[in-house]
Design a protein around this ligand. Structure first.
Ligand code: KG4
Ligand code: ZN
Length: 355
């Protein structure tokens, strides 16, 4: 007997994107709206938490209304309301959680607090059938981790960054090279016109055992090269120099990620698990990195799977999907759930959200 179709409203407000989506258990994304706050944060060269929280507050209600309307569903048609419950900028998370609780309470539907990282971790299962277990490389603005994913809420961490997240390294590199904000896509565009072999940059952790990462030395090396090229910082970088430095940076990141994934895949295999390498999170939108990681997976005798780029960067469809996955297991949350600025994925392994 097939399962009845379930419909979930998802809300994402943990950083600088206000997002609402309606997704069903048949993998149909009925609506998926993302309102970027880029213009509001651009003058500051990064996300300002207070501005983010106020902007979520101003826009979320209207966005949820539009997401329901586009999906052609009323609150009464929903089977649950899911919101990012953390980790993230706490003011924004509060706005999303309070809104979701209010809608759930008013329409007598279950409320689900979704860990943002679990949203990314399960996103590849939304667009294509993908069985557990798999090895996950989670690369975003705030995180850089390798995890064995054995099921919903069942994560074993193999490695993490000892300093910066990889997305942070992209953003800082973009700033140093004068490529603007947000950094990741700008570095990728510049790198496409650059020579990745021109600058010899360090590859932190390369060849070491384990699956940890480090990016701060690479960022410092980029800063020194950029300063040398523009005469101690007195002049702006020439366009080709910036492109070559961006390409050299991206090549170093690709090599390090591939090396760490190779070690993690070996460990994953030796634990008796099969399954592919899944890459998710905002940085997974980068096509050059995907290509290099696909090679690493192939060399280890498996496949690399990544969700489409629009599902890699923050969105609410992945939150709605994670909500559906949790609902199917009966993992709903009470209205006493408290938003969490920090919430490691391994904390879910116990299978419930109680603090
Ligand atoms: O997952 P995400 O949207 O937000 C977090 O949960 O952090 O990831 C955002 C990060 C930013 O650092 C952004 O620069 C990076 O993902 N990013 C990219 C690309 N697109 C977004 N990094 C490299 N190449 C890209 N094309
Ligand atoms: Zn994210």
């Amino acid at each position: 007997m097939s399962e009845p179709l379930r419909i979930m409203l998802g809300i994402e407000t943990s950083c600088d994107e206000t997002a609402a989506a309606v997704v069903d258990s048949g993998r149909r994304i009925r609506s998926n709206l993302v309102l970027s706050q880029l213009d509001e944060h651009r003058p500051y060269g990064g996300v300002v938490p207070e501005i983010a929280a106020r902007s979520h507050l101003d826009h979320l209600d209207g966005l949820v209304g539009r997401a329901l309307e586009e999906a052609g569903v009323a609150c009464a048609d929903l089977d649950g309301v899911a919101a990012t419950g953390g980790p993230g900028l706490i003011g924004g998370v509060f706005v999303g959680v309070m809104t979701a609780k209010a809608i759930a309470a008013a329409s007598a539907k279950p409320f689900l607090a979704v860990n943002h990282l679990e949203g990314h971790a399960l996103s590849a299962r939304l667009t294509a059938p993908l069985e557990f277990p798999y090895l996950l490389l989670l690369i975003s603005g705030g995180h850089c981790q390798l995890l064995a994913v054995r099921g919903v809420g069942r994560y074993e961490r193999y490695g993490t960054t000892v300093d910066d997240a990889v997305g942070e390294a992209f953003d800082k590199t973009a700033k140093l090279l004068g490529l603007g904000y947000p950094g990741g896509p700008a570095v990728e565009r510049a790198a496409a016109e650059g020579d990745p072999a021109r600058f010899a940059l360090p590859r932190p952790m390369l060849g070491r055992p384990g699956a940890d990462f480090s990016f701060s030395g690479l960022k410092t090396a980029v800063r020194h090269k950029a300063a040398a090229l523009c005469d101690g910082g007195g002049e702006a970088l020439d366009r080709q120099d910036a492109a070559d430095l961006a390409a050299s940076f991206q090549a170093a990141v690709a090599e390090v990620l591939a090396d760490r994934c190779a070690n993690a895949l070996e460990r994953f295999r030796s634990s008796g698990a099969g399954g592919p390498l899944v890459v998710a999170g905002g940085v997974a939108a980068n096509q050059a990195l995907r290509a290099r990681l696909a090679e690493a997976a192939e060399a280890a005798g498996t496949q690399m799977i990544a969700p489409p780029s629009w599902l890699c960067t923050d969105n609410a469809a992945m939150i709605a999907w994670a909500g559906l996955e949790r609902l199917a297991l009966g993992l709903t949350d009470g209205f006493d759930f408290a938003p969490r600025p920090r919430w490691p994925l391994e904390a879910l392994t116990e299978g419930e959200n109680a603090a």
